[in-house]
Ligand binder design. Structure first.
Ligand code: UDX
Length: 439
């Protein structure tokens, strides 16, 4: 149990807000989470978790039964008697690439009149540099402090990432407020970095920008490997063993996606430009990512002997739809982007994903219009001209390749955008193989 039990408010119950609230309750604090969606609040109060997050349901229900976690409608009910209030609302990408702060500002306006004197408001959402000051201006409360405490949570492993972080970053101009927020993490064995707000906000974007760059770098090296006849798996082994490089986040693929990298990489470029710096390297990282999608479509076209401008009559069997394994999130999924392009040039697509073979959410239903979903993996092989691995679900690697070859027809190509399969095993089953940067 923590030395001090704080009363916390959390505004927003998406994967960041819900994880933050549940984990702080798990650490022994009293948490009230508020959301604008009554249906979502009711679901949560009935113990139903609307997102796929490993371990989340368990700590939510454990904390609720201990009376340390409540879900309420609206931000004011969450913030009313809180010592510290976390803003975990969306900061979507605006038209010009900048982060849209309207939800943060709206939440700040709502909670301003109910905050206790001495309360601390924390920006947990990913917000542009300078947002801590922007929230202070909206609150108009000189007896309240605003602190930046960016999250470094990966979807699917958010609970693990919260409770076992590499570091916690706290940015504040008021040292006492910073130390109060730092105290919340006292029972977590990690490094606490206390700095100024702008540095904390920049750390978040620089972290995501660097990770996206690392992935774009390996995707570019994979493209080069295909030209020079090298094998990217050997190259990654060879460079990753240098501890200054490391082999994590060096898995080639169809390009990065998800609700963060695409929006944060563009926001980083925009923030830099708005302050007079042309972040050309980050623009290159984004360009490589866009090219990677096109490279995958070109592989699919080549597999069926067609040009990528016309795939009419071609049927593609897709393995995976989510932006990565371990999540049910289709937002900015490379699979969805590639499938949309394939359908634009006349291809038909059938696909299997472990998270879309049950009852679909309204978001999934609309995103998957025109895609024929199968209820089991092997059925994507029937009557297809090419098979494509889009998402690296571990169970896909266990598929019976001989049965896949029988159902798809010998000589059918697997375009493996995640280098999930052993090329020799695929060829031994009578299929053709095209990976990313593989010999
Ligand atoms: C990311 C950051 O990792 C996290 O710290 C931040 O808080 C939010 O954004 P997330 O978007 O959930 O997390 O997913 P992540 O695991 O980083 O993957 C992002 C994308 O990169 C996915 O499309 C994934 O498939 C791709 N990826 C990741 C690769 O292509 N290769 C890799 O080696 C790693």
């Amino acid at each position: 149990m923590p030395a001090t039990e704080f009363r916390l408010g959390v505004v927003g119950t998406g994967y960041v807000g819900l994880t933050t609230g549940a984990c702080f309750a798990h650490l022994g604090h009293h948490v009230v989470c508020g959301d604008i969606d009554q249906r979502k609040v009711d679901l949560l109060n009935d113990g139903h978790i609307p997102i796929v997050e490993d371990g989340l349901e368990q700590i939510v229900n454990e904390s609720r039964s201990l009376g340390r976690l409540d879900f309420v409608l609206g931000s004011q009910a969450a913030a009313a008697d809180a010592d510290i209030v976390f803003l975990c609302v969306p900061t979507p990408q605006g038209e010009d690439g900048s982060a849209d702060l309207s939800y943060i500002e709206q939440a700040a306006r709502e909670i301003a009149p109910v905050l206790k004197p001495g309360a601390v408001v924390v920006n947990k959402s990913t917000v542009p540099v300078g947002s801590t000051i922007a929230v202070e201006k909206v609150l108009q409360r000189d007896d309240v402090s605003v602190v930046s405490n960016p999250e470094f949570l990966r979807e699917g492993t958010a609970v693990n990432d919260f409770l076992m972080p590499d570091r916690v970053v706290v940015g504040a101009s008021n040292r006492a407020a910073a130390e109060k927020v730092a105290e919340l993490y006292a029972d977590i064995d990690t490094q606490i970095i206390i700095t100024d707000p702008s540095s904390a906000e920049t750390i978040k974007y620089a972290a995501n920008g660097f990770l996206a760059m690392k992935i774009s770098f390996v995707n570019a090296v994979a493209a080069m490997c295909e030209h020079v006849g090298a094998d990217v798996a050997a190259v990654v082994d060879g460079i990753g063993s240098d501890t200054r490089i490391g082999s994590r986040f060096l898995n080639p693929g169809p390009g990065w996606g998800g609700s963060c990298f695409p929006k944060d990489s563009r926001a980083l470029v925009k923030i830099a430009e708005d302050h007079g710096y042309n972040f050309s390297m980050m623009k290159g990282v984004i360009d490589v990512n866009d090219e990677q999608r096109k490279r995958m479509i070109d592989k699919i076209a080549k597999a069926v002997g067609r040009h990528q401008s016309d795939l009419s009559g071609v049927c593609v069997g897709g393995m995976g739809l989510t932006f990565k394994a371990g999540t049910d999130d289709l937002r900015e999924s490379p699979a969805m982007a590639i499938i949309a392009e394939l359908r634009k040039v006349g291809a038909e697509v059938k696909a299997f994903d472990p998270t879309t073979c049950g009852v679909l959410s309204p978001h999934q239903t609309s995103a998957l219009t025109g895609v024929e979903l199968t209820t089991n993996l092997i059925d994507i092989a029937d009557d297809v001209d090419v098979i494509c691995v889009f998402t690296e679900w571990p169970e896909f690697a266990k598929v019976d390749l001989d049965e896949l070859a029988n159902r798809a027809g010998k000589g059918t190509t697997i375009v493996d955008t995640r280098n999930l399969f052993d090329p020799d095993a695929v060829k031994n089953a009578g299929l053709r193989y095209d990976g990313v940067g593989r010999r």
